[in-house]
Each structure stands twice: as structure tokens, then as C-alpha cells.
Design a protein around this ligand. Structure first.
Ligand code: XIL
Length: 465
């Protein structure tokens, strides 16, 4: 049975009223209080999050703590969703059996909420970042231990999260079940049981199955597809599938849109949950360009599928990516570089989301409207006579005013045909109306003077009136 589209807690994000402020360089909206965890930012329309919101979607980033003003500001303003990258995992929240610690998780979740962001919960049941005590739980007790973990954590975050990745990475590449401790001790039904427990704890939060290498059509995504189809048929409460999208530059993305669509057609939402596109280091222009194309393809595929609710990149800056630590020699997988400069992939995502990047107008170099020179006409030792010529540049002048500084002991004794004044070594002179007109490109001898001291020809500034 295929159920009709529905959305539980997923909000259609509005574009905040402060939209545009950041784009104008007016800075982040007032932080609520000091300290990264207390700061509140607003998302402007011309951010990735703002653009996604206009399409009823989110564009989010993973995060795993705070890294200073620039990082925090971008995280809080550019995205309308965040996913804590580690803080909600089993080893963080239940490090010892029955002893839950949500300190760090709360800090990350509440920071996102304070910034008006949606927060995805990642992840309840996974074979990694699982405390070692779980391995020693007796076979027959593990189902209850898993349920207890899920119930406690989902309860704790009730009303704060939009999605939960209930089960993460349960399949192998060939479509068989990964032989995790849960699979081995509980059996095939552990996934359905996890979803049931999460649904019982919070019937409103959207429940996702999440995995890597399932973004295109292949044996693994076929197996997940079959599981989702079966869950929908049996009424197991699944709401969405998360396609991690840890991709390699230049990977074949030809089937992504069709793959997302076939899952959506089963009656679940779909989301790109952990996008990054890694390359062999170092970066170069060609790799950056290819990466920009690949990002656009994935984001475009999501936009083309009605039930694709959003895209999350797995952190946003190459300086805070998990890739170099796990894939030696590879990296540069995100859309900002280590210095928080936007990369070509940022711009391609921006445009794919419908943003229009205004070309920056090269500022016209100031054009002199007129120039003027002093010519020495006569010199009698203790004084001299000068004549001033004004030249109009491209436009005719209807008045001119001049200013200059004498270098030393020169002083005007008398002048004719100008409205002039002198203060110390500064002189100004302007036309008298009848001698203000100079045709475009023409030069005109406009006034004369007698000065004391030695003759000089200083630089004059000329302004059209
Ligand atoms: C990664 C985190 O980003 C790292 O900080 C951590 O050391 C290992 O896990 N698939 C997932 C994520 O579902 O939880 C992983 O996150 C990346 C792969």
C-alpha cells in the first residue's frame, strides 16, 4: 500500500523578515547574548538556507561544536537546518549503560533552535560510535536495551527535532544486512523494532533510515528500497530515507534523481543527509569546477523530486571536514575552503537553489572633468605673472573651480577674471559666470594674476561647477 504524501513536523520554513541585511554586508542580526551557544543569528534570503526555504526545503550543515566567530556566524546564518555530527550518537548520549548524558547534545540542538534552524537527529542505532558495553549485552537482552536507548533519547528531544535517523548504515554493498551486533543478536527485525520504539516515544517526529552509497540505483539501494516497500506494506512507521551522499569527485550521478523519485513514490520523504564530494588533494581549478557541477547535480536532483525535503552537507568548511582524517590524501570536499572563502561549489549550489549572483560592477575610475595649468608669462625676480588655462575633458563645462597649494613663498598680489581667495599657501579660484563655459575637449585661458616669490607651476585640481 502506498500512502499519500504527508508531513508531520516538517515546517515550511518562512523567509525571515531580516532577509537581505546580511547580503548587504550589514552583519548578523543582533546576537542574543555572549558565547557561541547563546548567539542567535537570522538567515537572510540570499543565503543557501533562505533560498531553500523559498522552495519549502532546507539547506543544512552538520556541525560538531563551535569554532570561532566566522564559523559560528556562517553556520548560524547560511543554513536553515543543522545536524549535530556526533553529539547525539550512542557513545555520547549513553556512554555507560543506563547513564544518559545529553549535555553536549542539548547545547548543539538548542543553538540551532535559537537560530531558527530545523535540527535533524543523528543517529539512534548504528554499529559505529557505539560504546563497547553494548557488545557485552546478552543476546536476549539487547532488544530491550536498544528500545530503552531509543525511548530515552527520543523522549528527551521531543518537540525539538524534525527528523531522527533511527537506523544508520544497516546494509552492505551487495544488499545483504551488515552483521552488526544488532543484526547478530536481535535478527532481521531489529530495524522495524527500532522504528516502532521511536514512533512510540514521539509520534510526531519524522523517522528516517539513513545510509551511504544508496544515492544512485545499485544493489544496496535496491535492498533498502525493498525494506522500505515492505515497511510501508506492513505499517512499520518509517517516514523518510536519508541518502548520505559522501561522494567522490566525478562519480556517476546519472541515476540520482530517478532513485530519489522511486523511494518518494513508495510514500516516504527523501533527503540528502551528509553531502560532501571529496577529491585527491591538492585542489585545482579543474577539480573545483567539476565539484561545482557535481554539487549542482545532487542539489538539482533533490529539487526535482517533490518529496525531497532538503540537503545537508557534512559540515561546510574544508577546515572542519571528516574526510582528510578518514581518507588520507583526499579532502576539499565542501563548499567553503579552510579560510571560509566560498568555493565554486558554493556558487553552483546558490544558483541551483535559484539564487542570482549579481555581478559586481567594476567601479568606474573617476574621470577628471577638467584639468588646469598655470603658465609663467613674466618673471622680474621678486615677482611674476601667471596665466591659468582650463581644459574640459569629455563634457563641456558650464563653470569651473580650481584649488592648489603654493609650494613655498608665493602669494597672489592681484588677479583678474576670477573669484579667488587665498589662505596661507592654499588658493581657490572660480569663474565669474561669463568665463565659465569651456567646450568639450577645448582649452581656454581663463584668468591671470601677479604673484610674489619665485615662479612655479604647481598641480591644480579642477572641478566642473
Ligand atoms: C562522522 C563524523 O563527522 C566524525 O566527526 C566522526 O569522527 C565519525 O563520524 N556517516 C555517518 C556520520 O553517518 O555519522 C559520520 O560522521 C560520517 C559517515
Amino acid at each position: 500500500m502506498i500512502s499519500p504524501p504527508r508531513a508531520k513536523r516538517r515546517r515550511r520554513l518562512a523567509v525571515p523578515a531580516a532577509a537581505g541585511l546580511l547580503a548587504l554586508g550589514l552583519g548578523a542580526a543582533a546576537p542574543a547574548a555572549a558565547g557561541p551557544a547563546d548567539e542567535a543569528f537570522e538567515t537572510a534570503q540570499t543565503t543557501l538556507g533562505g533560498l531553500a526555504a523559498e522552495q519549502g526545503r532546507y539547506f543544512g550543515s552538520a556541525m560538531d561544536g563551535f569554532h570561532g566567530d566566522t564559523y559560528d556566524r556562517i553556520l548560524g546564518t547560511e543554513f536553515n537546518s543543522i545536524t549535530p555530527g556526533n553529539a547525539l550518537k550512542w557513545d555520547s548520549t549513553e556512554p555507560a549503560q543506563g547513564q544518559f548524558d545529553f549535555t553536549r547534545a542539548d547545547e548543539h540542538v538548542d543553538w540551532g533552535l535559537a537560530n531558527g534552524q530545523e535540527v535533524r537527529g543523528h543517529t539512534l542505532v548504528w554499529h559505529n560510535q557505539l560504546p563497547s558495553w553494548v557488545d557485552s549485552v546478552p543476546d536476549e537482552a539487547l532488544l530491550d536495551v536498544m528500545r530503552h536507548h531509543i525511548t530515552t533519547e527520543v523522549d528527551h528531544f521531543e518537540d525539538r527535532l524534525v527528523h531522527w535517523d533511527v537506523v544508520n548504515e544497516a546494509f552492505e554493498e551487495d544488499g545483504s544486512r551488515r552483521r552488526s551486533v544488532f543484526q547478530e543478536k536481535i535478527g532481521d527485525d531489529y530495524i522495524a523494532e527500532a522504528f516502532r520504539a521511536a514512533h512510540a516515544a514521539d509520534p510526531d517526529v519524522d523517522l528516517y533510515y539513513n545510509d551511504y552509497n544508496i544515492i544512485g540505483v545499485n544493489a544496496k539501494s535496491d535492498a533498502v528500497y525493498e525494506m522500505v516497500r515492505d515497511f510501508k506494506e506492513r505499517g512499520v512507521p518509517i517516514d523518510g530515507v536519508g541518502f548520505q551522499g559522501h561522494l567522490i569527485l566525478g562519480q556517476d550521478l546519472g541515476s540520482v534523481q530517478a532513485n530519489l523519485q522511486r523511494f518518494a513514490d513508495l510514500g516516504v520523504d527523501v533527503a540528502i543527509t551528509e553531502l560532501d564530494i571529496r577529491m585527491e588533494l591538492p585542489r585545482d581549478e579543474a577539480k573545483d569546477a567539476r565539484q561545482a557541477e557535481d554539487y549542482a547535480t545532487v542539489v538539482g536532483a533533490c529539487l526535482a523530486v517533490d518529496r525531497c525535503v532538503g540537503v545537508t552537507i557534512w559540515d561546510f568548511s574544508d577546515g572542519h571536514s571528516w574526510i582528510p582524517g578518514v581518507f588520507p590524501g583526499e579532502g576539499a570536499a565542501l563548499i567553503y575552503d579552510e579560510d571560509y572563502e566560498k568555493k565554486p561549489s558554493y556558487h553552483s549550489v546558490f544558483e541551483t537553489l535559484g539564487g542570482v549572483e549579481e555581478p559586481v560592477d567594476p567601479v568606474d575610475p573617476p574621470v577628471d572633468e577638467c584639468t588646469a595649468v598655470i603658465e609663467v608669462i613674466n618673471d622680474w625676480g621678486t615677482g611674476w605673472q601667471g596665466s591659468v588655462t582650463v581644459t574640459a575633458a569629455g563634457t563641456a563645462l558650464d563653470g569651473w573651480s580650481l584649488a592648489w597649494h603654493w609650494p613655498a613663498d608665493q602669494l597672489i598680489q592681484s588677479a583678474w577674471n576670477a573669484d579667488w581667495s587665498q589662505s596661507g599657501t592654499s588658493v581657490t579660484a572660480a569663474d565669474l559666470g561669463w568665463n565659465g563655459q569651456v567646450s568639450a575637449g577645448q582649452s581656454l585661458e581663463v584668468f591671470g594674476f601677479i604673484a610674489s616669490g619665485a615662479p612655479v607651476e604647481p598641480e591644480l585640481s579642477c572641478t566642473a561647477a
